[in-house]
Design a protein around this ligand. Structure first.
Ligand code: ADP
Ligand code: ZN
Ligand code: ZN
Length: 735
């Protein structure tokens, strides 16, 4: 058959759970020359339309021509860059996830829909000439607009950026919108203020050595693990390495674990560099995301700072990738396309032939092992930068102590001393809410979630019970659900309760609570942190959110109220995560010029690994844990994938996994171990029963070869349509 353009068949990755490309005819009346791989395209799918990306063109299809449908339209003429397409294809292969869904995760919503990017989406705004000359008193009846105008008029260059606006104590977006409509304010490109660049720090020997080594590798792929104690000046090392890249006219991609960390980092970037930067995270709206994407793709932005999904931003002229806090679990997406942004970043650096720096005070064991066997260049910063001293760490034995709530007498005494010196205290609690359980004192009944195998958390302030797994909520039970007794008591502690205890113990101190409940509003986290950094707040109580990277110079005492959960959890990674948490929390203390002190409350002060961590440091601890993992043949000495299944019907997930296991056994031929199926640790969540089957192999290749064949057969299992199933490669969380 003669191949003409009329025969062109489009092979499209469609956002759907199926592991295949779909064939279409070009859109009717389309210009075929536009149809190059990477173009975004809308296609008919089942009875609706879906987003897709053209992967390749062909002249033949397995389907007869008359069954092929025409694509609806090309979304626009921009294409997804080939490099990014290649990365997504690799990721789809590695994570055994359908390419269409990978692409849908990678691309901002607006680009999938082909909607116009709103031009007002910006990160920086400035007064127009009219705005500079207007009389703000005409806004007397719009106090927020007036306040905003006054801020603009006082600002350098009449210009404010998002992080500055977020310090407003009112809703600034509607006011800004009104001012944009009045043409008094307009979006403008972020211009770093060149006037006030912060003085460069003098790098110490270790920092300089790290920078030198990274700079020697610019222009080629190499992996660095920058292991530096908290406060050792890792960020300064990134900045110095970035400086070299930026001055060559190349871009830097900087990945951070938490959206909460971007404002502080943005501030530092802005103080340091005169380059343009964009940030990319879940706090942005659709237009802002699309805009950031375009700025990264066009090269308008030199520095791109973002959370997990920023690893998929197109880059016009990439020169360096940095992953800060590389051990952090939030780099791993826990649903849908379960990728690990750090691992994708490494692959991307390889593909781009540029260096990548993974930085952490507490590298994950996988990275440590890679450094130890020289696959990564290992850079060490053993000392804190500047004058800061390392914090001292002590354990508090909780046994037989008379506690005030969750606080031991020893901790309270230390807190008093710290407060007398006018310094700040940080208390870490792993739960928000008042208490993690409500029990009947007469019969032992516990208030359970009706949809999950989990206790309800008591929230006193909102006067309700909430399930932290499915989000369901009900009013506080007044009586036992079994014996109707009114003797209900709470068990355990959450941030709300600690706050209450602190208020009675320290009635004259300013207590700030930081958890998901107090930081729901956009920008509120940043506002609280700024307050704390300015020295407001005597005692800070918070969850994970406060443990990460923030720089709080006046905090000199940090405490972990309960370390015991991490010591005895069933998950083999629990100890690693506990140690990381301890070090991170400790890292918040004594970052200024005052010495810091860290206290850990536990009922098991003799625990050997805890002892190693405290007395010999994280690196020794991680060596010991690595030795344990090695003898148990656990990652990083073996490779895992988890097949999960869930259904409303209790028996279906296990049945499905049984069949799946039989299939896998035939393919695996003893190259991999199949463990299970077993019910998931939380056997029911949000009304669905859950089970899992673990695959473990001694080498990555045989695991992936097995997955590749198996995944394509799974959908043939009769039950595959009755359960929701998903595969998790390199699972981080076995729940
Ligand atoms: P990390 O990223 O390792 O936690 P940072 O880069 O945030 O550490 O540095 C912690 C603090 O120490 C910052 O205030 C930083 O300005 C300061 N610092 C880092 N390196 C030096 C140095 N060589 N000299 C003086 N101060 C430094
Ligand atoms: Zn009861
Ligand atoms: Zn629930």
């Amino acid at each position: 058959m003669k191949s003409t353009e009329n025969d062109m068949i489009l092979r499209v990755a469609v956002a759907s759970p199926l592991y295949q490309l779909f064939d279409y005819l070009p859109p009717i009346d389309s210009d075929l020359t536009n149809l190059s791989p990477g173009i975004r395209i809308e296609v008919p799918f089942a009875r609706g339309k879906r987003f897709g990306v053209l992967i390749e063109t062909a002249t033949k299809s397995a389907l007869p021509r008359e069954r092929l449908r025409h694509a609806v339209r090309c979304i626009d003429s921009d294409i997804v860059p080939q490099e990014l397409l290649a990365l997504c294809r690799w990721a789809a292969g590695y994570y055994h996830h359908p390419l269409g869904e990978v692409l849908a995760t990678a691309l901002p919503t607006l680009l999938r829909r082909g909607q116009e990017v709103n031009e007002t989406a910006s990160n920086t705004w400035a007064l127009t000439a009219a705005g500079q000359n207007c009389d703000v008193e005409t806004l007397a009846r719009a106090p927020r607009q007036r306040a905003l105008m006054q801020r603009f008029q006082r600002a350098v260059g009449y210009r404010l950026d998002r992080s500055q606006l977020q310090t407003c104590d009112f809703a600034w977006q509607p006011a800004l919108k009104a001012l944009l409509d009045k043409h008094w304010v307009q979006p403008c490109a972020a211009v770093a203020n060149t006037e006030n660049k912060s003085a460069l720090v003098n790098l110490n020997v270790d920092q300089q050595n790290a920078v030198d080594q990274i700079q020697q590798q610019l222009g080629s792929f190499s992996r660095f693990l920058l292991e530096g104690v908290t406060g050792s000046g890792k960020t300064e090392v990134y900045f110095e390495a970035m400086q070299a890249v930026l001055s060559q006219g190349k871009q830097c991609l900087l990945l951070v674990p938490e959206i909460g960390l971007t404002p502080q980092l943005s501030q530092r970037l802005q103080q340091r560099f005169s380059y343009r930067f964009v940030s990319y995270h879940s706090g942005l709206n659709d237009s802002e995301r699309a805009r950031a994407w375009q700025d990264a793709a066009s090269g308008k932005a030199d520095i791109i700072v973002g959370t997990r999904s920023a690893v998929f931003l197109p880059l016009a002229s990439p020169g360096l990738i940095v992953v800060d806090e590389e051990h952090d679990l939030s780099f791993k997406q826990q649903d849908g396309f379960r990728y690990h942004a750090r691992d994708i970043a490494i692959r991307r650096a390889q593909q781009l032939n540029i260096p990548i720096v993974l930085g952490s005070a507490t590298p994950c064991l996988e990275s440590s092992e890679n450094a130890r066997n020289s696959r990564y260049h290992w850079l060490h910063l053993p000392e804190r930068g500047g004058n800061a001293m390392p914090p001292t760490v002590g354990l508090i034995d909780m046994r037989r102590q008379s506690l005030k709530g969750a606080l031991s007498p020893m901790l309270i005494a230390h807190m008093q001393k710290t407060l007398e010196k006018g310094e700040q205290i940080l208390l870490f609690v792993n739960r928000r809410g008042y208490a993690p359980a409500l029990l009947c004192h007469d019969c032992g009944w516990a208030a359970k979630c009706q949809r999950c195998d989990a206790n309800m958390t008591v929230h006193h302030i909102k006067h309700c019970l909430r399930c932290h797994h499915c989000g369901s909520q009900r009013t506080l039970d007044k009586r036992c659900g079994d014996c109707h007794s009114e003797e209900l008591t709470t068990v355990g502690f959450g941030t709300e309760q600690i706050e209450d205890t602190l208020k009675t113990l320290f009635p004259y101190q300013h207590i700030i609570r930081i958890d998901r409940d107090t930081t729901q509003q956009k920008g509120s986290m940043n506002k609280l942190l700024n307050q704390i950094e300015e020295g407001q707040g005597d005692i800070l109580v918070g969850t994970q959110m406060i443990a990460k990277g923030h720089h709080l110079p006046n905090v000199t005492l940090a405490a972990i109220l309960n370390a015991d959960q991490g010591l005895f959890a069933t998950d083999f990674r629990a100890l690693e995560h506990l140690a990381q948490l301890v070090v991170q929390v400790a890292g918040r203390a004594g970052r200024g010029d005052k010495a810091g002190h860290v206290l850990i409350q536990t009922h098991h002060p003799e625990h050997p690994l805890l002892q190693t961590l405290i007395n010999e440091g994280y690196q020794r601890f991680s060596e010991q844990l690595i030795a344990e993992r090695k003898s148990a043949e656990l990652p990083p000495f073996s490779y895992m994938a988890l097949l999960r299944a869930e259904a409303v019907d209790e028996s279906l997930p296990m049945q499905f996994l049984d069949s799946a296991k039989q299939q896998a056994e035939l393919i695996a031929n003893n190259t991999a171990m199949l463990l299970g199926p077993i019910p998931a640790p939380m056997a029911r969540r949000a009304g669905r029963h859950r089970a899992q089957l673990l695959l473990q192999a001694g080498d990555r290749r045989s695991l992936h070869a097995l997955l590749h064949q198996w995944i394509r057969q799974l959908s043939n299992i009769k039950l595959a349509r009755k359960v929701r199933w998903s595969i998790d490669v390199d699972p981080m969380d076995m729940n």
